[in-house]
Design a binder for this molecule. Structure first.
Ligand SMILES: [Zn+2]
Ligand SMILES: [Zn+2]
Length: 336
């Protein structure tokens, strides 16, 4: 679910008031690219990541705040030329103007992020030249910036090191292979999760073959690129139980049931490092299904019905179905 808020915002540069949209919340549906570019559905929200004052052209995440010196930048020739650059998507121009402001305020990392967002916009309008230029400029800014903090408190433990991977990927795609390798080593030294180690290995292999193309996290994990982050349940018994009696399952059991796997050189692994989830999945999804069947039947004997075919034992689609999915048999309540 994506929610968009509409607010009247006063520009911190010229004081004029305009109606601006901002992003309330959004959910990610699929794997991002390795440089963090969101999947297609989430990317439709990019246009709400930057606001532009219709009066003076100030571009910022939120117009009601401006760094010192913003007014001078906004009225400079270079800024106005960028804002009205022909043959460039308007949204890319706005991100690039935001980058100019952030850079002049000394925020090189912020400016690099804004240029990367401009590159994503260029990707979407298939302007490869512009996308490459924006990535190269973003890479230059990051190389000149103070190093990224070693630990990121916002990072999920299972994705420890993910922000570092995005930086490695930016260098790789900007053709800075030496910088990419050096950054990958640095990210590794800071400590990474198993998932992120897999992403780094994938990055290093891509660097080895001189590959500067776009790749997704899903690809790096050996999953088809259209796989969603919340996976499918697969096991029929587990699917049946959660579809009809999901209210009896814990949050962890629901999470475990939808857990994806990914391939590493040492075999297939679950995409989590949470001990609780790994314990639930110790015998696979089928094992989790058998465990839930036992528990649901013991705890809710009058509610839970495992509707199996009297002929072959296969599980029917619903608790009330009278037709087998596995064999031609049909049955009536009385004839079971
Ligand atoms: Zn303004
Ligand atoms: Zn049957």
């Amino acid at each position: 679910m994506t929610t968009i808020r509409v607010n009247r915002v006063q520009c911190a540069v010229c004081d004029s008031v305009s109606e601006q949209r901002s992003l309330g919340s959004t959910s990610t549906f699929g794997h991002p690219d390795l440089d963090g570019r969101p999947d297609l559905l989430a990317r439709t929200t990019l246009r709400f990541w930057v606001q532009t004052c219709p009066a003076c052209g100030y571009c910022a995440t939120s117009l009601d705040d401006a760094p010192a010196g913003a007014s001078e930048v906004v009225h400079s020739e270079a800024y106005l030329a960028q804002l009205h650059q022909a043959n460039t998507p308007a949204l890319a121009n706005e991100f690039l103007c935001q980058a100019l402001l952030l850079e002049s305020s000394g925020d090189k990392r912020g400016a690099a992020a804004a240029r990367l967002h401009a590159a994503w916009t260029a990707d979407d309008s298939r302007d490869e030249g512009l996308a490459h230029r924006c990535r190269t400029q973003a890479a230059d800014l990051l190389l000149a910036a103070p190093p990224r903090p070693e630990s990121n408190a916002h990072e999920d433990l299972g994705w420890r090191g993910w922000s570092g991977v995005q930086e490695v990927d930016l260098y790789r795609r900007a053709g800075r292979s030496d910088d990419a390798r050096r950054e990958a080593e640095r990210v590794r030294r800071g400590g990474v999760s198993i998932l992120v180690e897999q992403l780094l290995t994938y990055e290093l292999e891509a660097l080895e073959r001189g590959d500067t193309a776009r790749h997704t996290v899903g690809e790096a994990l050996g999953q088809p690129s259209d796989t969603t982050v919340g996976g499918t349940i697969e096991d029929p018994l587990l699917g049946y139980l959660l579809r009809h009696y999901g209210q009896f399952a814990t949050k962890a059991e629901h999470q475990a049931a939808r857990m994806n796997t990914f391939k590493t050189k040492d075999g297939t692994r679950w995409a989590t490092e949470q001990p609780e989830l790994l314990a639930l999945l110790a015998e696979g999804k089928a094992g989790l299904g058998r465990m839930l069947e036992r528990r649901f039947l013991a705890e809710h004997p009058h509610e839970v019905v495992l509707n199996r075919c009297p002929q072959c034992g296969a599980l029917a689609r619903t608790p009330l179905a009278r037709q087998c999915r596995a064999c031609p048999h049909t049955w009536r309540e009385s004839a079971r």
